[in-house]
Write a protein that binds this ligand. Structure first.
Ligand SMILES: *[C@@H]1O[C@H](CO)[C@@H](O)[C@H](O)[C@H]1NC(C)=O
Length: 97
């Protein structure tokens, strides 16, 4: 069974702080995704990782990057700007078993 769950609930940061959000997962993961939803807007794809390669959204959000910590089965999203206040989602796709 593959599941993914957030390690952060509410995160409060100062304007120029870098913020690291993280999710943990179990099982065999094919690729990992981060989305965010700014209140009043639709969810927005940010970035994904597949086989060590990052793919940003077409309209890349400045200052956003992600890390896949395979050893600890965590994916991390780093954001940089106060304007990044939003609800963040992590997601995964499992490989064919
Ligand atoms: C989010 O959770 C991870 C894992 O516990 C932690 O390392 C990180 O510092 C947290 N991020 C913030 C901004 O608190």
């Amino acid at each position: 069974e593959d599941i993914i769950f957030p390690n952060n609930d509410t995160v409060i940061a100062k304007a120029d702080d870098k913020v690291m959000l993280s999710c943990s997962y179990t099982g065999t993961v094919y690729d990992l995704y981060w989305y965010r939803q700014i209140p009043g807007s639709a969810p927005q794809f940010l970035i994904m990782e597949f086989s060590g390669l990052l793919t940003h959204a077409t309209h890349q959000v400045p200052g956003i990057t992600m890390f896949n910590r395979k050893d600890t089965k965590r994916t991390e999203l780093e954001t940089a700007a106060l304007s990044d206040s939003a609800l963040y989602y992590c997601a995964l796709r499992v490989g064919a078993q």
